[in-house]
Design a protein around this ligand. Structure first.
Ligand code: MSP
Length: 596
């Protein structure tokens, strides 16, 4: 049913206001499209492509929550770019070579490929079940990758950047990393034996002395320094960029980039020297190029590459990798987005402490969208965060079940919305001249929701997703306050004026929900889909260009007005009960999510 649009007799003042709003709206549209260009800077000048990667995950053990976190961040950025109309590519996968995997396979009594395949499948299943919408899943044991590594090595070799030398020093197999004496300390192992450990990771280190190939890392110190100084956003957040600059204050020793075949068989043989195996980090980092098509036709994607990484692998990505790329004459990544870690009970997740969070179990417990929302809402890139199921439950109940779900529930309930449509907006009832029924706070709420896309964009772009979600959540609260303030359920729908006002309240609230649902798609794709479907918003009406909010307020037509709502698929997000709730307070735990 199409609602008749009211014919309004314009007073001069009203007309002037109408014109002002139109100009404002046009300016905001221009501002938004200008922002698309600005935020994606050079992308806009060339073409609107985007390439995002996660670290590739070691297959020595099953996935844990930290791994899912890296993947969820990258997925969110990929979906965000798609929402903005970019052609986006998103790669993830598994890191399957190296001593650590060789030893894990031996311990499991399996050959390394069978072992790697099994664990790699587990990662893939996790990602598929949590809606990680990768466009490419790379395994370093694939032929296409071996070819890329061999080619990359040959380029460095032909440029004289790799030489045969000998390495003597500390090595951590767990981190697959070489360490200087200042990075090593003393510790006791679980049996009380004195051991040497990496001061950064706490993992055991061993002294090794080997003849192998060295990369002239020392030659790149000043170029790396210049790159960071000239590109302030190259490593984000800033504190990590400063940390890298700090490392570069000291001498950079050349880097060993191979291991003797007698010690490490599980890896890519050095081209032209089968007695040596390519160092696993050089092998692994090249995966980003492999996916882009390297060595043929990789330019289109490689020039728009962005990496998401955890803070523990910063040195590999912000020192070794750019040095390799500079050596090979390839462009550097556009940005390296660094995130911090999840701890449990204030301690690092570890098998020996028995506090590893199983992402399969927790995404079943809290739903896929629930776990995604929590990780992105609570995860702060700059500092570590602690994970507790109770915190997850409280946050999801408050923000998804009660606040957002409650709002949808109210505005689509037959009592308030008997025709089950996007009802009509009445300009007179919501006029700003003090004669309508809208209060100053209501106009402030409209202004806040109108500027929300710009705010959210800024935060998504800088990977401060928690700030974007904080801003959305604050607006949801304002909209709930608006509905609560006017209590449309107390209005008499038999009275024409009351009915128009009640419909206007619902129209404004549904418009708010449409904006929230559209902006939340990168974070909670399933839930946003249910929300937008319920509002009757079609698939092609859910992008960045569809974020014009409350057009009727500006005197233009609203394409949704009068449109039937979509079918009711139940609660947007069901309240999560604490495992002990029934015992503690049986009545309270049965309460449904609806707000009154
Ligand atoms: N294989 C290397 C990466 C090679 S990329 C060329 C690796 N793998 S990993 O499986 O150990 O880690 C993958 C990602 O998971 C890293 O970004 C790491 O920071 C992240 N996390 C591991 N533990 C984590 C937490 N406790 N919390 C958050 N993320 C964590 O490193």
């Amino acid at each position: 049913m199409k609602f008749p649009v009211l014919t309004v007799t314009w007073s001069c003042r009203a007309f002037r206001r109408f014109q002002q709003r139109r100009v404002l709206l046009a300016e905001q549209r221009l501002w938004r499209s200008a922002l698309i260009c600005r935020s994606s800077s050079h992308l806009c000048r060339d073409y609107r492509s985007f390439y995002i990667t996660t670290p590739i995950f070691y297959v020595n053990a099953s996935p844990h929550l930290g791994h899912l976190y890296s993947a969820v961040i990258a997925d969110c950025l990929h979906r965000w770019k798609l929402l903005q109309g970019f052609d986006s590519r998103f790669a993830t996968g598994t890191d399957e070579h190296g001593l650590k995997i060789q030893q894990a396979a031996e311990a499991a009594g399996k050959d390394p490929l069978t072992f790697s395949t099994e664990v790699s499948e587990r990662f893939k299943n996790l990602f598929s079940s949590c809606n990680i919408s990768f466009t490419d899943y790379i395994r370093t044991t694939e032929q296409r990758h071996r070819r890329a590594v061999e080619h990359f090595w040959s380029v460095l070799w032909n440029k004289g950047l790799i030489y045969k030398g000998s390495y003597e020093g500390w090595y951590s197999t767990q981190d697959e990393s070489f360490l200087t004496p200042s990075q090593v300390g003393d510790a006791l192992d679980p049996s009380g034996k004195a051991v040497k450990v990496s001061l950064e990771s706490g993992h055991k280190v061993e002294w090794m002395k080997e003849e192998n190939y060295m990369f002239r890392l020392s030659a790149f110190r000043s170029r790396l320094h210049d790159w960071l100084v000239e590109n302030p956003g190259a490593v984000q957040p800033e504190r990590f960029q400063l940390a890298v600059l700090q490392w570069l204050q000291e001498e950079l020793p050349d880097l060993s980039v191979s291991r003797q075949r007698s010690r490490l068989q599980w890896g890519v043989p050095v081209p032209g020297d089968p007695e040596q195996t390519v160092y696993v980090w050089l092998d692994a980092l090249v995966n980003y190029l492999t996916v882009a098509g390297y060595p043929d036709g990789h330019e289109q994607w490689w020039r728009v590459a962005h990496h998401v990484i955890g803070k523990d692998i910063l040195k590999f990505h912000a020192v070794y990798w750019p040095a390799f790329l500079l050596g090979a004459g390839l462009p550097l990544p556009r940005a390296i987005h660094v995130h911090s870690h999840w701890t449990v009970g204030g301690r690092k997740m570890s098998k020996s402490l028995g506090n590893v969070v199983d992402p399969f179990e927790h995404s079943r417990m809290f739903t896929n969208d629930g776990i995604r929302y929590f990780l992105l809402r609570q995860g702060v890139p700059d500092s570590d965060c602690d994970y507790t199921p109770d915190k997850v439950r409280k946050l999801l109940n408050a923000e998804l079940a009660d606040s957002l779900g409650g709002l949808l529930n109210r505005c689509t309930a037959p009592a308030l919305n008997p025709a089950q449509v996007y009802p009509a907006f009445c300009c007179q009832a919501f006029s700003g001249d003090g004669r309508g029924r809208a209060a100053a706070e209501d106009h402030r709420m409209v202004a806040a929701v109108r500027s929300l896309p710009t705010v959210v964009e800024k935060h998504y772009e800088s990977m401060h997703v928690y700030k974007a979600l904080e801003a959305i959540s604050a607006c949801v609260r304002q909209t709930n306050g608006f509905v609560q303030r006017h209590a449309p359920w107390k209005l008499d729908r038999r009275d024409a004026k009351d009915r128009r006002w009640s419909d206007t309240i619902v129209h404004v609230s549904l418009e708010c929900l449409r904006i929230y649902g559209t902006l939340l798609q990168p974070v909670v794709p399933e839930m946003s889909d249910r929300l937008l479907t319920r509002l009757g918003v079609r698939a092609h009406e859910r992008s960045w260009k569809d974020l014009d909010f409350l057009q009727r307020y500006d005197g233009t037509d609203c394409p949704f007005e009068g449109r039937p709502l979509g079918s009711d698929s139940g609660l947007l997000f069901s309240r999560l009960e604490s495992p002990n709730a029934d015992k503690r307070n049986p009545k309270k735990s049965k309460k449904p999510a609806h707000l009154k």
